[in-house]
Design a protein around this ligand. Structure first.
Ligand code: ATP
Ligand code: MG
Length: 427
């Protein structure tokens, strides 16, 4: 019979890889903790309407990338394509927003029906952050400083650079949209097909085009920066001043727009040149209008999400995942004969009681000395414990150092200390 395979663009994360994932999650979790962020765990499925109303009807995500289905009640549900909408929904539903400051983070899989390629998948994972209740540029700066610290903790500081822009208010963008449309209409024939379509639906997205001919036309287009009102301008200046004062480098990219409608004022991306077209590892911005748009009281907010797969690709490319994250057992316990199995189990259990930080693997599945030794070797364990009739009778075990094949007899009451001593030496 034909074997069933995984769905295209949805990857298994195998044990060798999951060690890298856990490492990255640990490092980022520590930085989040250092800034007082608290984790929120959200459902993977939400009502379709939530994404339509937040991300926007004429965005790539809602138009063509969502995994939407009818459940058995006939309700339209969607696998979340991003985390912000669900986070706002949950925070509002549970009263976390009114008159409160929140610094939240989440992690987990997101789903978008895109064309799979390196760094772009249909199920991918994000670590994201959402901050509520803070209107000033200070929190924008803090969020960026925190992400910079994350790169530093991962050893990526020289590989990513920060691009910033201000999208102004919804009113600013409306005016700008008109000016941009008027300009681009004059060049409609030279625009790529996608951009021609967007001209009538979501012209700001054209700024984000990757088509060189369209980019050339954009060079003489009216600039968003010239249509931004006083309040947004002051906000952006405040942010830039704070970043300058802390010495965090950035470039202002006036064509930086985000693919989700809810952003306004500050938007940013951390980009790398090492991942080809999938160069954005972290992206976010302010979305002061979203809570109200979803039926809550007006609440200032800012957030970002980073793509775990891209981050890990980048770390692997630069060999920045420490070898030590690839966890091997410390100790492999063998019994020379089935009648000694119970004794070997007792030794292993006692070790786990006494050395709860060590990983102890008991040989299971029978086999002679040679085949057990082979498995011990293959497991990568640094120590092997061998229990034969002699050892049992003497109340001892044989302890073998797999790194240099040295073997000694150890009294059982001294075993924990002997293991620690040898593992310490091996470290
Ligand atoms: P892109 O421009 O690369 O399509 P985006 O603007 O759609 O990204 P966001 O929705 O802002 O991305 O998501 C934040 C981050 O999540 C991205 O910067 C990226 O690192 C990651 N990401 C987004 N889509 C995917 C995907 N399909 N596969 C892997 N990672 C993704
Ligand atoms: Mg995208």
């Amino acid at each position: 019979m034909a074997k069933i395979q995984a769905i295209r663009g949805m990857n298994d994360i195998l044990p060798d890889q999951s060690a890298s994932w856990q490492y990255v999650e640990r490092v980022l979790g520590k930085v989040l903790g250092a800034y007082g962020y608290r984790e929120i765990r959200l459902p993977i499925v939400e009502k379709t309407e939530l994404f339509q109303r937040s991300i926007g009807e004429v965005t790539d995500i809602v138009e063509k990338e969502m995994y939407t289905f009818e459940d058995r009640n006939g309700d339209s549900l969607t696998l979340r394509p991003e985390g912000t909408a669900g986070c706002v929904r949950a925070a509002e539903e549970h009263g976390l927003l009114f008159n409160q400051i929140q610094r939240l983070w989440y992690t987990g899989p997101m789903f978008r029906h895109e064309r799979p390629q390196k760094g772009r998948y249909r199920q991918f994972h994000q670590i994201g952050v959402e901050c509520f209740g803070m209107a000033g540029p200070d929190i924008d700066a803090e969020v960026l400083l925190m992400t910079a610290r994350m790169w530093k903790a991962l050893g990526l500081r020289d590989q990513v650079r920060l691009e910033l822009n201000s999208l102004g208010t919804a009113e600013d963008r409306k005016q700008y949209q008109q000016a941009l449309t008027d300009y681009l209409e004059q060049h409609r024939e030279q625009l790529d097909e996608d951009s021609q379509r967007r001209l009538g639906t979501n012209p700001l997205r054209i700024l984000d085009t990757k088509v060189p001919e369209t980019q050339a036309i954009l060079e003489d287009a009216p600039r968003l920066a010239d249509h931004i009102g006083e309040e947004s301008r002051a906000h952006f200046q405040g942010l830039c001043q704070l970043l300058d004062a802390t010495g965090l480098p950035y470039t202002v990219n006036s064509n930086l727009v985000r693919g989700l409608d809810y952003y306004g004022k500050t938007v940013f991306e951390w980009v790398t040149d090492a991942l080809g077209a999938q160069g954005t590892v972290c992206a976010g911005g302010r979305y002061d209008g979203l809570v109200e748009q979803l039926g809550g009281r007006s609440t200032p907010a800012i957030g970002f999400a980073m793509g775990m797969e891209r981050l890990i690709l980048l770390l692997e490319n630069s060999q920045l995942i420490p070898e030590s994250v690839h966890d091997r057992p410390d100790i492999y316990v063998m019994a020379m004969g089935d009648e000694l199995r119970q004794d070997a189990f007792a030794v292993a259990e006692t070790l786990r009681d006494q050395c709860s930080d060590l990983s102890v693997v008991s040989h299971c599945g029978g086999g002679g000395f040679k085949s057990q030794m082979k498995k011990a070797d293959r497991s990568g364990a640094r120590l092997a414990i061998i229990i034969g009739d002699d050892e049992k009778a003497a109340g001892e075990v044989s302890l073998k150092d797999m790194t240099n094949a040295e073997q000694v007899r150890v009294a059982r009451q001294d075993l924990a200390a002997a293991c620690y001593q040898r593992l310490g030496a091996a470290n």
